[in-house]
Design a protein around this ligand. Structure first.
Ligand SMILES: Cc1cc2nc3c(=O)[nH]c(=O)nc-3n(C[C@H](O)[C@H](O)[C@H](O)COP(=O)(O)OP(=O)(O)OC[C@H]3O[C@@H](n4cnc5c(N)ncnc54)[C@H](O)[C@@H]3O)c2cc1C
Ligand SMILES: NC(=O)c1ccc[n+]([C@@H]2O[C@H](COP(=O)([O-])OP(=O)(O)OC[C@H]3O[C@@H](n4cnc5c(N)ncnc54)[C@H](OP(=O)(O)O)[C@@H]3O)[C@@H](O)[C@H]2O)c1
Length: 445
């Protein structure tokens, strides 16, 4: 915990932690609002990646965006913005060609390029290669916390300290590692799908040497890994290992899709807690443990052709719970329980890919030094964390409010609206803060 220093560093109006799509959308909304009000905020966005990529290690050739490109960083809030996906295509000279594709779903490599293009317009407000380690209170003489201290570490190991009056914490998901694999931490043959491309680049199948690979999970990541292994590494034999009985399709039918509209956030937020949980469970199959139907059909086709040729390269091990996982020689041995029959079987693999989803907990870890002010991390409708009155600095969170704001919170669906709401909230800070901002801006002019 930090006491007020004699000479405190100048405080930012807003520090953004993470510069992925959520904070990129916020940077755009703040730029627009600052211009409209002729009152720009002093903001900086930090990202631990040295060279920003959007889930870069998962950008395999066949992977497509799972949402219409019209739900880009801005269009739903301001269709006239220069930061739209359509304007990106126009500036790249590909608009007409993209139209010829006849799709709403660009490949994720292209969407990654779009996000990098937008980020390129905000280089002065961004700091890459800096990992934020913790956020601490700066306690004033009156025991209040008007500023936050953000401690980060750069790629050379140097620590940096910055002060801010408000924070937008948008650090995304953290790979979920099932407990049974805890003892294999650090083993380069067992890795989460979030590391897929980087880890696969070191595997013997890159040079055509035979490998047995397990893909654990039955969601979109597992399906994309399976297809990529099948297509890119002919010497790899892959077992899909899932707890469910089948691969289930993601429901993206039009009526159901209405739950991802920005207006739906109000509906979810205004429900009693039990009803919110019910809504989220009811539509769980729009997003989690599900796969795009066309991918399911491709995978089914691959297994069907194995039956025709009687060459059984890959395995589909459904209804299997992994009971133990340990290293055996140079391989990983998995003990599987078939929950339908109770049969126990052991299989050895040269690599295990954990496509086991993501947790949303990094905000709690980073904000731990502020725990006494924050209670149970409850966000208001404007995404600001409720706090003890002593905490006067504002903390907004993006991507950690699924339970209160709905299933769209971890996705791209509501980014423009959410960014607009947070930007408005930042400009509605208590009067003394606005005066302070105006004074600082006048001094900088
Ligand atoms: C493989 C994959 C594909 C997806 N595809 C889609 C899709 O097609 N459509 C859709 O709607 N959603 C999709 N999602 C959901 C995804 O959550 C959103 O698309 C989007 O990435 C959310 O943006 P974000 O900025 O909140 O989080 P992220 O994109 O995860 O960005 C967080 C950023 O914070 C940085 N960061 C993390 N911790 C720190 C720290 N301590 N210090 C500094 N920086 C830090 C990270 O480097 C990262 O750049 C996908 C998710 C995955 C994993
Ligand atoms: N192209 C794209 O746009 C793209 C690509 C990849 C991911 N995504 C998105 O990223 C998000 C996450 O998708 P995801 O596939 O990574 O995760 P997910 O949908 O959460 O699926 C995780 C899978 O791992 C399984 N699992 C979890 N813990 C396990 C354990 N202990 N033992 C065995 N299996 C376990 C789950 O099984 P149960 O079902 O039994 O719990 C589930 O099948 C989604 O929003 C998805 O749409 C998008």
């Amino acid at each position: 915990m930090t006491q007020q220093m004699n000479v405190a560093p100048a405080a930012y109006d807003l520090l953004g932690i993470g510069f992925g799509p959520s904070n990129l959308a916020l940077a755009i909304a703040l730029q627009e609002l600052g211009e409209q009000r002729n009152q720009p905020l002093r903001s900086l966005f930090l990202d631990r990646q040295k060279d920003y990529r959007w889930h870069g290690n998962t950008l395999v050739a066949q992977s497509e965006l799972q949402i219409s490109f019209l739900k880009d960083l801005v269009t739903l809030r301001n269709p006239q913005s220069p930061y739209s996906f359509v304007n990106y295509l126009h500036t790249q000279g590909r608009l007409a060609d993209f139209i010829n594709l006849g799709t709403f779903y660009p490949c994720r490599m292209e969407y990654n390029d779009y996000l990098r293009w937008v980020a390129g317009h905000f280089t002065e407000q961004s700091g890459y290669g800096e990992e934020v380690l913790r956020i601490e209170p700066v306690i004033s003489a009156g025991r209040n916390v008007e500023r936050l201290q953000v401690v980060s570490r750069d790629t050379e190991g140097r620590e940096h300290i910055r002060h801010t009056h408000s924070l937008a914490l948008s650090t995304g998901g953290t790979p979920k590692i099932p407990l049974v694999f805890a003892g294999l931490k650090g083993n380069e043959r067992v890795f989460h799908h979030a590391q897929y491309l980087q880890s696969m680049a070191t595997m013997p199948c890159v040079d055509g040497r035979p490998m047995r690979i397990a893909v654990v999970g039955g969601g979109q990541s597992a399906a994309e890994a399976f297809i990529d292994l099948n297509d890119s590494y002919p010497s790899a034999q892959v077992d899909m290992i899932l707890r469910a009985a089948v691969l289930k399709p993601a429901d993206d039918s039009p009526f159901v899709n209405e739950i991802f509209a920005p207006e739906y956030t109000d509906l979810v937020f205004n429900q009693p807690e039990d009803d919110r949980d019910r809504l989220i469970n009811e539509y769980h199959n729009t997003n989690y443990s599900v796969v795009d139907l066309d991918l399911i059909e491709r995978i089914y086709g691959i297994f069907y052709r194995q039956k025709v040729s009687r060459q059984f390269r890959h395995g589909f091990l459904c209804r299997r719970v992994i009971e133990t996982a340990h290293q055996e020689g140079g391989q990983i041995e998995l003990r599987l329980n078939d929950i339908a029959t109770g049969t126990i079987e052991s299989h050895r693999y040269d690599a295990v890919i954990l496509a086991t989803g993501y947790e949303r907990t990094s905000h709690r870890r980073l904000l731990e030094p502020l725990a006494e002010y924050l209670g149970d991390f409850v966000a208001g409708r404007d995404y600001r964390l409720a706090s003890d009155p002593r905490l006067q600095a504002s903390i907004f969170i993006q991507g950690f409010c699924q339970a209160s704001h709905g299933l769209s919170d971890t996705l791209l669906s509501v980014l423009p609206a959410r960014a607009g709401e947070i930007a408005d909230a930042l400009y509605e800070l208590p009067r003394h803060r606005r005066q302070e901002i105006a004074k600082a801006v006048a001094q900088r002019a």
